[in-house]
Ligand binder design. Structure first.
Ligand SMILES: C[S@@+](CC[C@H](N)C(=O)[O-])C[C@H]1O[C@@H](n2cnc3c(N)ncnc32)[C@H](O)[C@@H]1O
Length: 286
């Protein structure tokens, strides 16, 4: 079977399973199964594909057609240009979370412009690290920074260990700041905690609800259980002038504003929208 014939057959399986963009997804599956990139795939369309690779791609297509997320099937995904390993038990990093990284990168640029000798941020905490995608990015973006990446889930931390091989990243297990312990302070705390209201989780697409860990998604009745705790507790772990950057739900603007005001510890805070115009992030400074 040639590569293009295999791609068409795989796209057919995907389409029958209700997958949108079946031809595109077929291309991704084939690329990984054949171990080639998109250019090699296109230029080699008329070449015969290795039989066992095509069989692998067909098996993957059947799993995809049954609703399993592509990233779990392939075992990896892209985040901020890094190839991040993922597996069931860990949330698949989302493009939206890249916005959190960009907020930190922009803040570092502003501080560098004001003081060219600035090495800010020297210490970063990635709370609720999951796959470790944010910590792995931070290690690559800030060459001197020391990073602590924490999560409650041992399963998630096992995957994070594969993504966070940089010796400047320390992985810790525990309930939010309980994993960090007393005495440590950071220039920036980044967190993408579980923030989806429980009822909304129940109504999510099967692809998310049935495959991704509920611990990574469900933030309690209003989605605020962990968000509120992080807003309350983060100041104890921030250096003077330090930043809390957090991903939040579109429904939480007022709740998040109130939590920041009630804390009384933030010198300033902003609730920010993403490029799609949705409420997406909290940026708070002590
Ligand atoms: C939305 S996921 C974020 C994963 C990753 N940072 C990302 O952006 O792709 C939330 C993570 O919080 C972790 N988590 C849930 N409850 C926690 C708690 N009480 N303390 C620490 N981590 C927790 C989950 O295990 C999950 O890995």
């Amino acid at each position: 079977m040639t590569i293009i014939e295999a791609q068409r057959e795989i796209a057919k399986i995907l389409k029958e399973g209700g997958v949108e963009n079946a031809m595109n997804e077929a291309r991704f599956l084939l690329q990984d199964a054949l171990g080639c990139d998109s250019v090699q795939l296109v230029t080699g369309y008329r070449d015969y594909a290795c039989t066992s690779c095509v069989e692998t791609a067909f098996d993957w297509a059947k799993r995809r057609a049954a609703g399993e997320p592509m990233q779990y099937i392939l075992g990896h995904t892209d985040f901020m240009g890094l190839d991040i390993r993922v597996a069931p038990g860990v949330l698949i990093p989302r493009p939206e979370t890249e916005g959190l990284c960009e907020l930190l990168a922009n803040e570092a640029k502003v501080r560098k412009a004001a003081d060219p000798a600035s090495r800010w941020p020297a210490r970063i905490l990635d709370l609720c690290t999951g796959s470790g995608c944010i910590a792995a990015w931070a290690a690559s973006a800030f060459g001197d920074a020391k990073i602590v990446a924490a999560d409650l889930s041992e399963e998630a931390l096992a995957i994070a260990a594969e993504n966070c091989r940089n010796s400047r990243i320390e992985l810790r297990q525990g309930d939010l700041f309980g994993a960090v312990g007393d005495g440590l302070r950071f220039d920036a705390i980044l967190s993408n905690p579980p923030y989806i209201p429980s009822k909304t989780v129940d109504g999510l697409d099967a692809e998310v609800k049935d495959f991704e860990p509920r611990l990574a998604l469900d933030g309690g009745p209003e989605g605020m259980d962990l968000v509120a705790r992080i807003i309350r507790e983060a100041p104890e772990y921030l250096m003077p002038g330090g930043l809390l950057l957090m991903e939040i739900d579109d429904t939480q603007e007022e709740l998040v504003r109130s939590a920041c005001e009630e804390s009384g510890r933030y010198a300033s805070f902003e609730v920010l929208r993403d490029l799609a115009g949705k409420i997406r992030n909290l940026k708070a400074r002590i």
